[in-house]
Write a protein that binds this ligand. Sequence first.
Ligand code: SAM
Length: 269
Amino acid sequence: MRTIGETIKKRRKLLSFTQQELAGKLNISAQAVSKWENGAALPDLVLMPRLAQVLETTVDSLLGYHGAPVSKYDERYQGEEFYWGLNPNQLCYELMKLKPPTRPYRVLEIGCGEGKDAVFLARCGYRVKAFDESQAGIDKALLLAEKNGVQVDFFKANALDYQIEGEYDIIFSSGFFDYLPDNIKREFTSMLKGHTVVGGLNVINAFVDKPFMKKKEGQQRTPWKSGELFMCYHEWLFHKCEQIIFDCNSGGIPHQHCMDVLIAEKVLE
Ligand SMILES: C[S@@+](CC[C@H](N)C(=O)[O-])C[C@H]1O[C@@H](n2cnc3c(N)ncnc32)[C@H](O)[C@@H]1O
């Protein structure tokens, strides 16, 4: 998990403030900011709300608190059945056409659930690392990999805390992106872009909000604005940039979802 100092530094840089500028907004010295960022001191508690405001985030995020530790998916993934089935997402086939596994390309999957897509890609010859915050999902994913005789580096992690290391040829995420709080969507996406090699792909879908569609009761997700995901990748080459509306009957109540689907290639550093 990131320290408070690391989070402050990351947000400050994202907003293009110098230490001096951040200090000025808080009426403190630049040395104090430097000490926080180096881990030599912690911000005063009474300063936290103003600090969060200036850094356009929340006190919870600065402290690394992202809600209850148990995933609601744990319950869904407990049973024998695979909650999302075992058929790979159509996007797996589409990415294979663009980057066939002629060598073991490195794939990172975020929010892998019970691992159906990660296992499929590993079976096809990709070198896959995949994580989810649900331990029940990861346990099932490990069994699925074993059953299929493939190696996948599955692990439990919260995407909001996990620090990606190194670079990937493909970053894949289906059904997770609308769990990103609004205030970190942009930051998270640019972090993924930074960990993708030139020539690499980001393959992502995200639920989006449409005013003409009925909202599902108790919706916990924070859908993206229509087209917002595409905007985050405006300088990449789009292989797919599509909006789909589909029927869903989860929870026994017929409703519709709208989703932005993107396959983008990093063409320049
Ligand atoms: C709609 S499911 C999709 C699962 C899988 N990608 C699939 O398509 O079968 C969303 C997944 O995102 C995971 N998730 C939600 N928030 C997360 C977070 N902060 N960190 C990691 N995983 C998260 C959930 O546990 C869940 O497995």
